[in-house]
Each structure stands twice: as C-alpha cells, then as structure tokens.
Ligand binder design. Structure first.
Ligand SMILES: Nc1nc2c(ncn2[C@@H]2O[C@H](COP(=O)(O)OP(=O)(O)O)[C@@H](O)[C@H]2O)c(=O)[nH]1
Ligand SMILES: [Mg+2]
Length: 392
C-alpha cells in the first residue's frame, strides 16, 4: 500500500528517513511521499533521504529554529500556528496516488508529541483517506517529563487518528549501547516490521502474484475501527535456490520429497506465526481480546503455502478470540521467511494503563513538572546555541 509519511519531530523525521532507505534497499514501494516537520533546524539538517523541499521548519517566529525542548504544549501551539506551511508541502505531493497518511512521532518530547495530534486532526478534516499514527513511547529511564508528555500526547493522538500503531522504546532498550547507536538499531526494527506489513499490499507488476496475496484493503480493514495496534514479527533465513523441492526434483534425489517439503514449509510457517505472536511485540500486551488481526507471510514464493497460512490464521483466531483475522502472502525475493502480525484494537496493555495513571497523578503535582519542563527548555536552548554555532 502506498503511504504519504510525515515525520513530526526528531524521532518521527529519523524514522521516516529510514523508511525511505528501506524502500530503496528492498524495492517495496510503500513511501509515495515523505515529509519531515520540526521546530529544530539542526534536526532537519541531520536527515539523509527526505528531499530538502519536504523539510518543513515550523515555529520560527517563536523559537528561531532552536526547537521547543520538551514542552509539548508549545509544540502543539507552533504546529497550529504554522499548519499552512505543512499543508503547502503536502499540496506538492500527489495525494490521489496515496492510500493513507502515516504520521510518525516520538510521544515523549516536545515537537512531535505536541504537533503530531494537531496535524492528524488537520488531515482528517481535509482528506477522505485514512490517517494513521505511528507513535513511539519513551523509555521509562528518560524521566518524568517524557512520561508525562507521552501520557498526554497519547490520549490526544489516539483520538485524532484512524488507528494508532505503537512502538515502545522501553521494551526495546539495549543494555550497553549508546543512546544514538541504540536508536539506529531500534529504528531498523521499526521499519522492518512496518515495512513488511505495508509492503504486503504493494506487490508490483513484475512480481509473482500468489494465490492468497494480501492487498491494501485488507490492511485498511484491519486498521479500521480505530484504537491501538501492535506488531509481532519473526523470521528465519532460507536458501533461495533449494526451496519447494525444485532442485531435488532436478537432481533426482528422491521422488517422495515433495510431500516432505510441503510439510516442512507448513511447519515453518506455523512456528513463525507462534513466535511472532508470543515474542516481543512493538507494544507488549496480552493478545487475547484483540479485535482484528492481519497475518502476513513474506518470503520467496516456493516457501509460502496456503495450508501454513490457514493454520497460522486459525491459531491466531484461537489465541486472540477475534473473529476477524485476515491472512495472506507477500512473495518477495529475500533469503528469509518472515511472519508479521498486526494486532489491531488491543485492550489489555499494561504500559498504556500505567501511562493513564501517570496522567491522572500529574494533575496533583503539575507545578513541579511545569518547572522541570521550563528548566529543560532553557538548558536545551542554551545547548542548541552552542551546538549550532559552527552550522550557521
Ligand atoms: N525509536 C526512536 N525513538 C527516538 C528517537 N529519537 C528520539 N526518540 C524518542 O522520542 C522521544 C522524543 O524525542 P524527539 O523526537 O527528539 O522529540 P521532538 O523532536 O521534540 O519531537 C524521546 O523521548 C525518545 O523516547 C529515534 O531515533 N528512534
Ligand atoms: Mg531530540
């Protein structure tokens, strides 16, 4: 499926930038247009793949390109004030060729946390295609203000979008990694998972069309109904040349191999589906109670079969209790078989419950937190000035 991606704030911009890179590497063709919006000029300059004309600096009159720090109320204000500048960039892209918008942002900071929900609301008013969010939750070690920002932004964002897909940094922290190095890896994990999901509906002309290929409408139907989504993923390397018993037939080593290979293919698929659903999700949660799910099996077509996907789908129905589990193939020439599972409308999410609790408790000590936020902002502006000296 073809997306117009808008990265709001630093995390949002970097992740969209990385989606472009993924598209390039894999030829998946999901990013029809990519835009980055930020109040910090240095963050926009740090991007690699998003075209210069699609980098929109907002809030110049207020913060002079230095960013809003961790003040997400200011982030929301500058987004509202400069929404026309964002719209100008969107006007320049062919939205009639796009299946949906994807607004990507870190929920814990200022610009993306405050601005992404504002943009989502604006897009919903103007366009008829779905507007999805990809929200990144902060690590709990980042501090109170980030958690509070996330708690507030999350509530607004989920209300404004057609579906909010969530990635929780806290569950993906690597120990002993620098923060930046850690983000590189995390961002790669993000684009891989969502790349397979959205790429599934975008099988190109020259590519082999499988019997049960996933199309865009199935992704859209799974996401419709709103709420919060999480993604599970598992993969296994395979040999590109010996799959499906083709080679064994040519070399003549055994006539009964086809059945054995088919059984292997089915077993591989069902075990990948279990691993994907029961392993680490982008937002950890109880999968029981999921409203809708989509299972995508990606890999060389000789490693995909209908029986495996059907079994995986049935198993998912039992585990989630959902009556709406879709499933299908995504044939692609990569030396791995991968299962990506979109669980949409999840209800039992401990992290979200904690965030909601934080939002409630925050009403009690709002003054302390506001002061912390203002100090952060002052520090950041000072830091930024030092950093920006050689650039301008
Ligand atoms: N996954 C991921 N998360 C990030 C990255 N950079 C920042 N974050 C997270 O996003 C939150 C907001 O940071 P940032 O995007 O810099 O704030 P903003 O620029 O004001 O929107 C942080 O608290 C981190 O949790 C990144 O590259 N990848
Ligand atoms: Mg930042």
């Amino acid at each position: 499926m073809k997306l117009a991606m808008i990265g709001f704030g630093q995390a949002g911009g970097k992740i969209v930038d990385r989606f472009l890179d993924y598209d390039d590497r894999t030829g998946s063709g999901i990013v029809r247009a990519a835009i980055a919006v930020n109040s910090a000029k240095a963050d926009l300059m740090g991007l690699k793949n998003i075209p210069q004309e699609n980098r929109v600096l907002i809030g110049q009159a207020r913060v002079k390109g230095h960013g809003v720090g961790a003040d997400n109320e200011l982030g929301a204000e500058v987004a509202e004030e400069d929404i026309d500048e964002v719209q100008n960039a969107i006007d320049a892209i062919p939205t009639h060729e796009v299946d949906a918008f994807l607004v990507v942002a870190g929920m814990g900071g200022g610009t993306g946390s405050g601005g992404a929900p504002v943009l989502a609301k604006h897009l919903k008013r103007i366009y008829t295609i779905p507007v999805y969010g990809l929200g990144v939750l902060p690590g709990t070690d980042e501090g109170g203000i980030y958690t509070l920002n996330a708690a507030r932004s999350f509530q607004t964002f989920v209300r404004e979008v057609d579906n909010l897909m969530v990635f929780d940094n806290d569950s993906w922290r690597q120990t002993g990694e620098s923060v930046e190095g850690g983000y590189e890896q995390i961002n790669e994990e993000i684009v891989r998972r969502f790349g397979i999901l959205f790429g599934a509906g975008e099988v190109g002309d020259g590519q082999e069309v499988a019997e049960s290929v996933v199309d865009s409408s199935e992704i859209i139907n799974t996401l419709s109904g709103g709420g919060v989504s999480t993604v599970g993923f598992a993969s296994e390397e395979v040999d590109m040349n010996t799959g499906g018993g083709l080679l064994s037939r040519f070399t003549g080593d055994g006539g009964g191999d086809d059945n054995l290979d088919a059984a292997n293919t089915t077993n591989r698929i069902t075990s990948l589906v279990r691993k994907a659903a029961l392993g680490r999700l982008t937002l950890p949660c109880e999968i029981e109670g999921t409203e809708r799910a989509l299972l995508v099996l990606a890999g060389p077509s000789e490693y995909l079969n209908r029986k495996g996907i059907e079994r995986g789908r049935k198993w998912l129905e039992e585990e989630t209790g959902s009556m709406e589990v879709r499933g299908g193939d995504y044939p692609r020439e990569e030396p791995e078989v991968a299962a990506a599972i979109l669980l949409s409308g999840v209800t039992n999410v401990p992290r979200i419950k904690r965030l909601q609790q934080v939002a409630i408790e925050a009403q009690d000590n709002i003054d302390d937190i506001q002061q912390e936020s203002e100090e952060n902002l002052e520090e950041l502006v000072e830091d930024d000035e030092d950093e920006l000296e050689p650039l301008f």
